[in-house]
Design a binder for this molecule. Sequence first.
Ligand SMILES: Cc1cc2nc3c(=O)[nH]c(=O)nc-3n(C[C@H](O)[C@H](O)[C@H](O)COP(=O)(O)OP(=O)(O)OC[C@H]3O[C@@H](n4cnc5c(N)ncnc54)[C@H](O)[C@@H]3O)c2cc1C
Length: 443
Amino acid sequence: MDNINFNADVIVVGAGPAGISAAISIADEGKKVVLIEKASYPGSKNMYGGAVYTSALKEIFKQDFDSIPYERIINSHTWAFLNETGSFDITYSNKESASAYAIKRFNLERWMIDCAKKRGVYYIPNTLVKKLIQIDSKVVGVETELEQYFAPITIIADGVNSLLARELKLRNNYNTKDIILSVKETIKLDKKTIEERFNLSSDCKDGVNKQYFGYDFKSLKNIKKLFMMSFLYTFKDTVMIGVGASLEDLSKNKLNINQILDEVKSHPEIYPLIEGGETIEYSAHLIPEGGYKKIPKLTSNGVIIAGDAAGFINSVHFEGTNFALISGKLAGESAVYSLNQGDYSESTLNIYVKKLQKSFILKDLYSYRNVIEKLCSRSDSIEVYYPKKIKELFEIITSANCISKSSQIRNYAFSFFKDRSPKELLKDAFAFIKCAIDVFFGK
Ligand SMILES: Cc1cc2nc3c(=O)[nH]c(=O)nc-3n(C[C@H](O)[C@H](O)[C@H](O)COP(=O)(O)OP(=O)(O)OC[C@H]3O[C@@H](n4cnc5c(N)ncnc54)[C@H](O)[C@@H]3O)c2cc1C
């Protein structure tokens, strides 16, 4: 170590939200930090649904927050259960809320990089880190296609695939049930049409996020076990619509995720929202979904892992950028602490784990540790059976068909026991109660 000529105090690999925020928190402390990104254009390799949560951004980009290039404030949230011909929706909207913004990823990353450079981060784009350089089981730098960079600490923020964390054997390959494959279309519509269809004001001060459950679609009739979620976000003059499902469910059902997206887009509740639009972008990305049980080893000598690379995501609430930003910040702070101690060993860098434990990151991942597994185990109930039963109930409530309501409601109640065994109904109830208890009691 003593004879290595270090180029920087810290190297950060990956300029997504985790890497940028890590680099900023290091530069803010007057340390020399190099941020290496394989893409030539910030954000061009990255993809998400569309909403970035503002509280984490405000914490990290305080002084620049007002210049953030958002397109709409997302202040209306709908959870919709799709049945074959319609949907049952729950909408929460708050016109005063600004907790999430619709921002395109390349605009978000470009803005974050500009802020980072102003705060002293040395940014190297268009450079793929091929491997880590190790001496005596300590990481001392990285090797790119053209050269080597040396620093006593490296922060790995290279996203869901994290070849570097796998190279160090801090993380195993994901099991197919712990990885979601998601595809998304960006559909261009004119601004006025979006405002009319989604009942939005013309000043971009409001926007919509919809999460859809249910796949009682024509071509998916025989599918038995599939847990999928679809989403839609309004932007200024585009709508983003996408869907995700685990690789395990897709391969077991021999399903192509594009086929599911086509079905979602043609659903009678969704088609009128995007009708006449032009698809201007089609993208796909993986989402780590192993949660708390699949968190890798987070530090080693000279190394910290942050963001998607560490599997920090709460896919129940589509939260990922906030986990990435805050875990990056905590990784950066931990690196600075170790630099000040002059000790880059795993045990000193483990202050990162303690910081994560105190933050919402490990608390939330812990309290949601069983949720996705339970929802997947009851996917047929959530995605098909209950949306159908809700439809039946509302058919009774909303039609005047000259049959007494009480007899219809009685028949409806008994139909649960005809459709399903008491054991299956109990399993559904138990899964929901278990999730609620876990989330309520948390950590
Ligand atoms: C379909 C979808 C919808 C989502 N919706 C939302 C949402 O609405 N809200 C939300 O908060 N989150 C959402 N997320 C999650 C969110 O996008 C991620 O959690 C977040 O981007 C993770 O940030 P990160 O910095 O850890 O990784 P990334 O954003 O993946 O960044 C990693 C960076 O590392 C670079 N890189 C990788 N390998 C190398 C290498 N070897 N050398 C150099 N550079 C490298 C990549 O090019 C990339 O820029 C969604 C994700 C998906 C896939």
